[in-house]
Design a protein around this ligand. Structure first.
Ligand code: ADP
Ligand code: ZN
Ligand code: ZN
Length: 742
């Protein structure tokens, strides 16, 4: 056996892997992540490296391979822990070790460090005044200006001097030469969190909140580090609970990571943490430059912060002693990476927590089926917050049957009920949000008269309309011809549902000429801070109506909003994957939760062609448990996660014929290999987008009860692909329990 070792992780040199012989005494002792001492380079200088894996074969002349000297005795370094996590991810999700390493290790890109230059006065007050007079006499204005400012402040920021006082470097140099001042460089860490004065308000926990914190804390103190699921509606005080848990964990000298979907990472949220933890908290988001990101990571590593808040990637913060990972809105799709390794932050957090003896706290108003299923199984501990802290009532929800609207001659995208309520709100000077549910739109075909939706007879998911005139199942490849009339009622109003936010804005303006309308979608938020600007304008009540996509549903509190209209609830209901019902329930529940956040009671209108669908019925009733029971039954019946596991093998190739052959071989091989339990093979099918940039794609699904079985299948397939040159022209990716169909 040989060990694969990386020597240098501070630069982007992870691609260089060196092989070393494992001496006898270290056999069966080494594991990925361990720090070892190895002879390196021509002089065999003893150098530290990390074990990233093992191989039986060696790529060089075995007699020339050097041996590992010893295991580094200084305990496991932070990097070692992350390397071990990368090894777990590679095995659990597929992809290469290098991809996994690049995901978990803070990598310094060759980027200029931001250096702050300061000008410091070297003379005392009396000498300084004398010199100033001298400059003025000589009419050396720039020098005089700089010295005067220095006499005032003692020390000045070079950039400020340069921009505000219009003083060039040569002037500064002149003062330096004369021993008047000195220009100094100081490397600064960029902390994106800016100060804010407001103190944290004192709250008294409710019984439920106290119980949640105490349950967690009791376990924690006993060294029982587990996973907790906090199920509580928005506004039930989950964030307060997280903060108390973090406070206690940080109090023991350990650190915490808080994952929040980027879209919900608002200024208010960050400030709440900042008020509690001061500058011991740091944030990450996609707007930080690579350099800033790296700085944040280094501050964490050096013990300068205790709490890191950020999206998915913040999970890999190199804290020396991680005690807690909080994942807020754990049901969000953004916790799954869509690049190899296609990891899920929830599972990866739990894996990291196991390795570092820390705990994980998940929170959501609408927990994912996976998380709730695990909680009910007893793998996670369920903590419920049933009361809204402000005692506000939940919004009253009206479900409108759009088929009936059509029968009554209303062909507008706004139902009679919604129009009526909108007029009422405009009258009262209250605000409203119109939400166009476009998430995961994939071209399902439905009848506007009877609500019929074309579905696959084998997979019970919607068929997708393709340009070639066919309706196709994205799981199994089943096809049929497009309909010209509804097979159920014969109506000609059958087709794809299309409507955009722009169109809705126009209709609203037409029907309510005096209403002030704001629109928030991809188009209107393209510019920097476009999001914030629109939301701020709406919060300042500069508009009556906010029209938007799912962007407007998440995390924002507008006390004057008392009406929410969901214009096309069905859009997400009939996307072509098995999570459609879950996604719809989540979106509708969140949308309804937006109405009536202030003192006034709110109402929500859900417009749909399938008012009897359980996802809609239970969302309207805001009844999570009822939804869960229905949904889990469907998953069980069809063998979908979380009851069974699904592995998508996505294959792409420039040559369509090659692709077909490759997929056939993969399928045959998968059928042939010995298995410990039944593995069902589905497809290969053409994905939603069968061709991107002239590259053809196909997807093969493997289904099994146990996740482990699929990991083994993946490993087998990886080996098979590696030894067969025929696959060289293909790109093959694995995706476990995918969030989307391809
Ligand atoms: P969630 O994270 O579940 O949406 P938050 O923690 O943000 O809920 O709480 C919603 C609001 O209620 C916040 O302003 C919070 O400070 C306040 N709050 C939470 N718990 C209490 C409490 N026990 N007493 C008073 N106010 C509370
Ligand atoms: Zn019909
Ligand atoms: Zn099918």
């Amino acid at each position: 056996m040989f060990a694969n070792i990386i020597i240098d992780i501070t630069h982007e040199k992870l691609d260089k892997i060196f092989q070393y012989r494992i001496p006898l005494e270290l056999e069966n002792v080494l594991s990925p992540g361990m720090e070892v001492v190895v002879p390196f380079g021509k002089g065999n200088r003893l150098t530290k490296g990390y074990v990233i894996g093992f191989s039986e074969a060696c790529d060089y002349d075995p007699s020339k391979i050097k041996a590992i000297q010893e295991i580094s005795r200084e305990g496991i370094a932070i990097e070692g822990k992350l390397v071990a996590l990368a090894a777990w991810m590679k095995n659990h999700y597929g992809g290469t070790m290098i991809q996994a390493l690049k995901t978990v290790l803070p990598i310094r890109r060759q980027e200029k460090e931001k250096v702050k230059k300061k000008i410091r006065l070297l003379l005392d007050e009396r000498e300084g005044r004398k010199k100033l007079e001298f400059y003025l006499e000589k009419n050396q204005r720039a020098r005089a200006r700089l010295l005067a400012a220095l006499l005032d402040a003692g020390e000045l920021d070079y950039e400020l001097v340069n921009r505000k006082l219009n003083i060039t470097l040569s002037v500064v140099r002149a003062l330096e030469d004369q021993g008047v001042a000195v220009l100094e460089s100081e490397r600064v860490y960029r902390n994106p969190v800016k100060e804010c004065g407001q103190p944290q308000k004192q709250i008294i926990f409710t019984e439920e909140q106290r119980y949640a914190v105490e349950q967690f804390w009791e376990d924690y103190q006993k060294g029982r580090h587990g996973t907790y699921l906090i199920h509580g509606v928005t506004g039930s005080g989950k964030t307060e609970v997280y903060m108390e848990m973090i406070r206690r964990v940080v109090g023991t000298g350990r650190q915490a990571i808080v994952l929040i979907p980027e879209i919900a990472l608002t200024f208010q949220t960050v400030m709440r943490f900042y008020r509690t933890f001061g500058d011991r908290v740091s944030i990450m988001n996609s707007r930080l430059s690579a350099g800033e990101r790296y700085d944040q990571m280094m501050r964490a590593k050096e013990g300068k912060v205790d709490v890191m808040i950020g999206p998915r990637s913040a999970l890999f913060t190199p804290f020396p002693d991680l005690g807690l990972v909080v994942i807020d809105e754990e049901h969000e799709n953004t916790y799954k990476s869509e690049q190899a390794p296609r990891y899920h932050a929830r599972e990866t957090a739990i894996a990291r927590a196991k390795m570092e003896r820390s705990s994980v706290v998940l929170g959501s108003a609408t927990p994912s089926l996976e998380a709730m299923y695990r909680a009910k199984e007893g793998a996670y501990r369920l903590l419920e917050l049933k009361m809204r802290s402000g005692q506000q009532e939940l919004a009253r929800v009206h479900t409108v049957d759009m088929r009936a609207e059509m029968k009554n001659g209303n062909r507008s995208i706004l139902s009679t009920k919604l129009t009526e309520l909108m007029a009422d709100r405009l009258e009262k000077g209250e605000q409203m949000m119109l939400f166009l549910n476009r998430r995961g739109y994939a071209g399902f075909v439905s009848c506007r008269e009877c609500g019929y939706v074309a579905k696959c007879p084998h997979c019970d998911v919607s068929l997708s309309s393709h340009r070639n005139g066919k309706l196709i199942c994205h799981y199994c490849g089943y096809e049929e011809e497009k309909y010209s009339s509804c097979p159920e009622c014969g109506s000609r109003h059958i087709g794809e549902f299309r409507a955009g936010t722009q169109q809705i804005e126009d209709i609203v303006k037409q029907q309510f000429p005096r209403a002030r309308v704001l629109r928030m979608d991809m188009d209107t938020t393209r510019e920097k801070d476009g999001h914030e600007k629109i939301l701020a304008a709406f919060a300042n009540e500069q508009a009556d109506v906010l029209v938007g996509t799912q962007m407007i549903v998440k995390g924002h509190d507008f006390p004057n909003v008392t009406l929410i209209g969901v214009l096309a609830a069905d859009m997400s209901l009939y996307t072509d994957d098995y999570r459609a019902g879950e996604r719809t329930f989540q979106l509708l529940t969140q949308a309804a939760g937006r109405a009536g956040r202030g003192k006034k009671k709110g109402e929500a209108v859900i417009q749909t062609y399938s008012p009897e669908h359980y996802a809609i019925v239970t969302a309207a009733a805001q009844d999570y448990e009822a939804f869960y029971q229905e949904e889990i039954r469907y998953r069980e019946l069809m063998g979908y996660p979380p009851l069974e596991n699904l592995l998508a093998v996505l294959v792409s190739c420039k040559d369509e014929a090659h692709l077909e052959t490759g997929c056939r071989y993969l399928k045959e091989y998968a059928l042939r290999v010995p298995k410990e339990e039944k593995v069902e093979l589905i497809g290969p099918a053409s994905p939603g987008i069968g061709k991107i940039n002239d590259i053809y794609r196909k997807v093969l699904y493997l289904k099994a009860k146990r996740y482990d079985t699929l990991v083994k299948m993946k490993n087998r397939l990886e080996q098979y692909i590696e030894i067969n040159d025929g696959f060289n022209t293909m790109r093959i990716q694995f995706d476990f329990n995918p969030m989307q169909v391809f």
